[in-house]
Design a protein around this ligand. Structure first.
Ligand SMILES: [Zn+2]
Length: 200
């Protein structure tokens, strides 16, 4: 065994310094591949129904992941995205608000208005389907930014809808489930379609 290892090292014909350099480059290439290899998960991928874990530390991995999601947001012209939609099961969401990109790590609701709206909503992870869901008219969330400080955001109407949608993703709740919950108390069939269909 030892003999084999020795042959590999000696046989490489490189000095140890260069070998280390080469291994570091290979490692970096692998990491890059991982970064670009993320794919949007779609149903029935079970990971979409799982609860994401809290982020323990805002390190380079979290920053890279946030940047990746922001890039996806820009490319797809989406309002928001959750890390778990790309198979990264951590509590991180990004939202695009009036041209400003915001990152929330370990976000939580601060408040939800009692007043609700029933709106049409779609999700990139459930291609080609629309759902009618009940959403609070106004919500406020707070979470950590990449600077490690606590930030909050208040959203009304469509922005409240986007924030709720992304927060649901972190708990593994998809629109089909939200729709069931919405329909339950509305047996009289008073459902009506919102004016705008949004895909989040
Ligand atoms: Zn979604």
């Amino acid at each position: 065994m030892d003999e084999k290892k020795k042959i590999v090292v000696v046989g490489s014909g490189q000095d140890p310094g260069k070998l280390v350099e080469q291994l570091a480059r290979e490692e970096a290439a692998k990491l890059e591949e991982l970064g670009t290899g993320r794919k949007l998960l779609v149903v029935p991928d079970e990971r979409l129904r799982q609860k994401s874990k809290p982020v323990e530390k805002i390190d380079d991995y979290v920053k890279e992941l946030a940047q990746f999601l922001l890039d996806q947001l820009a490319q797809t012209k989406s309002w928001g995205m959750a890390a778990c939609q790309y198979g990264e099961m951590v509590r991180l969401i990004v939202v695009s608000v009036r041209g400003l990109d915001r990152v929330f790590v370990n976000p939580e609701f601060v408040s939800k208005s009692a007043q609700t709206r029933i709106v049409s909503e779609a999700c990139r992870s459930i291609p080609g389907k629309n759902f009618m869901v009940r959403r609070p008219k106004i919500v406020k969330i707070r979470g950590l930014g990449l600077d490690g400080k606590t930030h909050s955001l208040r959203g009304r109407d469509v922005l409240a809808q986007v924030l709720c949608h992304e927060m649901d993703h972190l708990d593994g709740v998809l629109l089909d489930e939200t729709e069931k919950y919405t329909r339950a108390p509305l047996v009289s069939g008073r459902m009506h379609e919102g004016r705008h269909r949004i895909e989040i």
